[in-house]
Design a protein around this ligand. Sequence first.
Ligand code: UDP
Length: 323
Amino acid sequence: MILVVGGAGYIGSHLVKELVETEEVVVLDNLSTGHREAVDSRAIFVKGDLGNVDDLIMVFRSYPIKAVMHFAANSLVGESVVDPLKYYNNNVASTIMLLKVMQRFKVKNFIFSSTAATYGIPNVDIIDETTPTSPINPYGRSKLMVEQILADFSKSYGLNYVVLRYFNAAGAHKSAAIGESHDPETHLIPIVLQHLLGQRDKVSVYGSDYETEDGTCIRDYIHVTDLASAHILALNTLLKGKKSEEIYNLGNGLGFSVKEVIETCEHVTGIKANVEMADRRPGDPARLVASSQKIYDELGWKAERNLEQIITDAWNWHQKQEY
Ligand code: UDP
């Protein structure tokens, strides 16, 4: 059985929907930002808190867990600057608790959701896993700290792990049954689509004086279903008993500017957006684009869905929501 911590969240729930096809799955989530109805009905759901050792012990006692996939984290850069304690507590301290309980129950396989925010402001156009990490906010630091803890646990206790550094996760399940829903929403694609549905009066572009071709920030958008398939490949290598302490980037390898994303949303929906130029958002690097060559070479994974597909799937889901 696979334990998915944070399996009611955006990325976790998409992973669970794929994983239940081949594995028995138990989801642990405190529903602080996740949605119970997003958890596939074939998975067992336990409402509980990662920071609560009794909740963890109860799950490990009740189910024969052979691997843990950890999606339960806070992930807003701005919030992490305002409230770093929340980030170090929920993202670092709670993960240590989880690792401790895993050790007690002799579970050695761990998949960890990390982030491009570990790279900070890289001085290369295409980021690979050898690019130095130098996070510029508590969110990125909290994820990098866990990566370092995992490396130490691997050497000292034989923990087997894969770290996946996501670039900009976006899109929705092709069935439109689940999608991206944060409160408050801060991500570009859902904000543009909500605007095009009449839920917001405009889209603000945070900064048009960056050193990029059109002056707006460039990101690498990756379909959430492509992320899910990378997790399943990574899990399968761990389950085969292969010793692993790998880190992989997950991106498309293509950068799109904020303006290009808005234009693609207009193209997919056939609706014109009301766009205003606004000030830069603190903490935004100008350009974050991944090389995912390493995971292609080692596990045969590459992103299958392009930006248009991401926005099409997201649009199909957004149109079904009642705002
Ligand atoms: N962005 C924007 N307007 C918005 C939301 C986001 O211009 O209403 C920009 C943001 O500054 C960044 C890019 O869109 O350059 C992607 O932001 P998002 O929050 O989606 O992801 P992040 O890269 O911060 O993880």
